[in-house]
Design a protein around this ligand. Structure first.
Ligand SMILES: Nc1ncnc2c1ncn2[C@@H]1O[C@H](COP(=O)(O)OP(=O)(O)O)[C@@H](O)[C@H]1O
Ligand SMILES: [Ca+2]
Length: 428
């Protein structure tokens, strides 16, 4: 037990992030059930005085791979991974507060891609795990998060925690989140044009700190990095992919391997006899993105905050620093993609998908969203925004944080614009 206390103090040195378990301390447990992994966030809040909002004081984080959707056919086993993470919270939260500590799980694109039946079976098993725990289980505590909510939360996190939402001069920054199965784009439109030209369900209003924000946000299901790999291979939505070999010019020529995603096994490999390299790869990837995404004119001239797999791949290829993050341009991804794809033998210690991933990111940004070559992307590790977050998960901007952090203001109050406009044939 005392070990646990020590470890906790290591994580949050008292001078930087003071932890003092007074009567006004309370906790919240949030699970982020992503397509590639399940993460637990155990937050500590302190209410300094009754009239103030509770302040976030500390966080414990842990994660497991694969994500829940990998257990599509074994829901009990999936829930077991959640239970093991929840056991950490038993150690971290003082027993007398267990009954008052809410526990919530929000699933994202991995579960959205499953059939309703399989997704519900997983959520039901998780709910049982929660109910058998000593924690408070609010109504609707286990659910699939709406895609626009996911985008808004990321936007709020970045802008709220960088101080853009308080004070007068609000220079908010747009956010780009590239997950495993879906990708989100969110920004605050400055031009009337953007509001007029956007499909109705891309605009969402919400109130926070006595201001109303009307955001442009959309989640593209199937456009996350891992889903895009399958789409490029022509294997997306193939339930019975058994035995079939999927080949691509984005993979090392001699490669033949297996890959599991969403509970399905895929065999994939390089173009043994055919072409390999950036040019043919770009054409392959282009088929996945071209004409499939809405391109708001306004974003061409603005800079964005890019995280998740944008950050990961930028770090992997030394475009930015792991600790500090950095600023890069869209064309930097293209330069790296060329370098890697045209020299695949030299990169064979890295992931066999590195060429495909970088090429997809390039095509998604340029041909998908319509960004210019010189569009600036800020990519910062999580620790940059959350100085109190654990070392173990640098590089993550938390899309979930605020559910607790600002729940008093936000209360999930948001609504989609209803416009009498014909829905454009976009995927999402
Ligand atoms: N709390 C977090 N904040 C930001 N990015 C995260 C967080 N947790 C994981 N990631 C990143 O998200 C990507 C994985 O996406 P994931 O959430 O599993 O898929 P999806 O959002 O499509 O369900 C990885 O790049 C991972 O580093
Ligand atoms: Ca995610």
């Amino acid at each position: 037990h005392s070990n646990r206390v020590m470890w906790f103090q290591d994580l949050f040195p008292p001078n930087v992030c003071p932890i003092n378990a007074k009567a006004n301390t309370f906790y919240g447990i949030m699970f982020d059930a992503g397509s590639t992994g399940t993460r637990i966030h155990i937050y500590t809040f302190v209410q300094k005085s009754p009239e103030n909002l509770p302040e976030l004081e500390g966080e414990i984080f842990e994660s497991v791979k694969p994500g829940l959707s990998a257990y599509a056919d074994q829901p009990e086993k999936g829930a077991e991974t959640v239970k093991r993470l929840l056991d950490m919270a038993i150690d971290a939260v003082p027993p007398h507060l267990w009954k008052k500590t809410p526990v919530v799980l929000k699933a994202t694109a991995g579960l959205r891609l499953l059939s309703e039946e399989k997704a519900q079976a997983l959520l039901l098993e998780v709910k049982e795990v929660f109910e058998e725990s000593p924690f408070l289980v609010p109504e609707n505590s286990v659910s699939i998060m709406d895609g626009s909510y996911e985008g808004i939360l990321a936007w709020i996190t970045v802008n709220f925690l960088t101080g853009q939402l308080s004070g007068q001069n609000q220079h908010t920054v747009g956010t780009l989140d590239l997950g495993g199965a879906s990708t989100q784009i969110t920004f605050l439109p400055r031009f009337e044009e953007t509001l007029k030209e956007s499909p109705g369900d891309f605009l969402t209003s919400f109130e926070m700190f006595n201001s109303t924000y009307k955001l442009y946000t959309h989640s593209y299901l199937g456009f996350g990095l891992k889903a895009a790999r399958l789409a490029t291979l022509g294997a997306l939505n193939m339930e019975a992919a058994d035995g079939q070999m999927f080949r691509s010019s984005c993979l090392p020529k001699q490669l033949e391997a297996e890959w599991h995603f969403g509970g399905v096994k895929y065999r994939y490999g390089g173009n043994k006899e055919g072409e390999t390299g950036f040019k043919p790869c770009y054409l392959e990837v282009l088929k996945v993105v071209k004409g499939k995404l809405h391109q708001p004119d306004e974003i061409r001239g603005s800079s964005f905050y890019a995280f998740s797999y944008y950050y990961d791949r930028a770090v992997d290829t030394n475009l930015i620093d792991y600790e500090q993050g950095g600023v890069l341009e869209v064309r930097d991804f293209e330069r790296k993609a060329k370098e890697v794809c045209d020299n695949m033998e030299r990169y064979n210690s890295a992931s066999p998908f590195l060429c495909m991933d970088l090429t997809y990111i390039t095509a998604l940004l340029k041909e998908g969203f319509g960004f210019r070559d010189n569009t600036l992307l800020q990519s910062r590790p999580r620790s940059f925004i959350f100085p109190c977050a654990a070392d173990t998960h640098k590089g993550r901007v938390d899309a979930i944080h605020k559910t607790f952090l600002i729940h008093k203001n936000f209360k999930g109050k948001y609504q989609q614009e209803k416009k009498n406009k014909k829905k454009q044939p976009l995927q999402g």
